[in-house]
Design a protein around this ligand. Structure first.
Ligand SMILES: NC(=O)c1ccc[n+]([C@@H]2O[C@H](COP(=O)([O-])OP(=O)(O)OC[C@H]3O[C@@H](n4cnc5c(N)ncnc54)[C@H](OP(=O)(O)O)[C@@H]3O)[C@@H](O)[C@H]2O)c1
Length: 283
């Protein structure tokens, strides 16, 4: 794998701290060329996929054409139906692998009718059968995790949620809850303050810290997401090789933000609220 550090999940699985996302910009699009570029040129060896993105086959093709050895790539994908078994078997076929590294339930809303306990028991079976190394969730609120933990024999290893300064007001208690249970946070949408809501209260604070650290604004935001989630995993994306390299450098070349810098961004973020995805997380 690339020179990136890894985060150790509660089941011992090691995840490269930065993941390359195939949703958002690549949603429902052929992802082959982008994944090839990200993997081989920018050395992004952790790929974040989902059944819902409808492009897993092109991710699989990219890895095949590159001749990537299975152990040299970390693959996450997510269940997008109310049948985790059927969904994972389909994803494995499309991705061209026998096992994924991390399998997530994409959203608890998939199981409104059937219940989160039953869904989680199926996830545990899939892990036991070796179809996935690690099992986790995405877009789970505290109440969803509590419902799951009531029946869980295996604690979810990760909760992939939207993390950027403009959702911290709502996300903080969830982050703290996850930490208390040993569930790692995977942050998505980390660049939202500059990409989707530029000109807000966070921008001048991030700019000042970027100057202090000799980093770019994007690098500061990626580091902030990692640090505010107590050393969590961060998922981002870019169509540009230079930006992907810059994103990796945030974790290899840039020193950590001080506690005061982390707090200054948090305080600036709390002045506004902008959720981009999954509005149920604000309920
Ligand atoms: N579990 C879920 O429900 C869920 C939801 C959303 C996302 N995700 C996952 O997380 C991944 C990343 O999410 P995201 O796209 O929201 O991440 P993000 O890091 O907030 O945004 C990435 C976007 O920002 C642009 N960008 C990168 N650096 C920039 C800079 N310095 N200045 C301005 N623009 C910049 C990129 O476009 P360029 O190509 O122009 O660089 C890219 O499209 C997704 O692909 C998906 O895999 C999961």
């Amino acid at each position: 794998m690339s020179g990136l550090s890894t985060v150790k999940l509660n089941d011992g699985v090691q995840v490269p701290v930065l993941g390359y996302g195939t949703g958002t910009a690549l949603y429902q699009k052929e992802a082959k060329d982008s994944v090839k570029m990200a993997y081989s040129e920018a050395k992004m060896h952790h790929i974040d996929c989902a059944e819902f993105y409808a492009n897993e086959e092109s991710v699989g093709l990219a890895l095949k054409e590159l001749g990537v050895k299975r152990e040299d790539v970390f693959i996450t994908t997510k269940c997008g139906s109310d049948d985790p078994r059927k969904s994972l078997e389909k994803s494995l076929k499309l991705l061209g692998v026998d096992q994924v590294d991390l399998y997530l339930i994409h959203t608890p809303l998939l199981f409104k009718d059937t219940g989160l306990g039953k869904a989680w028991q199926t996830m545990e079976e899939l892990q036991k059968e070796g179809k996935t190394k690690s099992i986790g969730v995405s877009n789970y609120r505290i109440s969803d995790l509590e419902e799951t933990l009531k029946v869980a024999k295996v604690t979810p290893s990760a909760n992939q949620i939207e993390v950027h300064p403009y959702v911290l007001d709502k996300a903080q208690s969830l982050i703290d809850f996850c930490q208390s249970k040993g569930i790692h946070i995977e942050s998505y949408g980390p660049l939202s303050s500059i990409v989707r809501h530029p000109g807000g209260s966070v921008d001048p604070v991030v700019k000042k810290i970027a100057q202090e650290l000799g980093a770019t604004d994007g690098q500061v935001l990626l580091k902030w997401a990692h640090q505010i989630t107590h050393g969590g995993i961060v998922v981002t994306t870019s169509s540009k090789k230079e930006r992907l390299e810059e994103q990796i450098k945030a974790f290899t070349d840039i020193k950590d933000l001080s506690a005061e810098q982390v707090q200054a961004i948090a305080e600036a973020g709390k002045k506004e609220h902008h959720r981009v995805f999954m509005q149920h997380m604000d309920e």
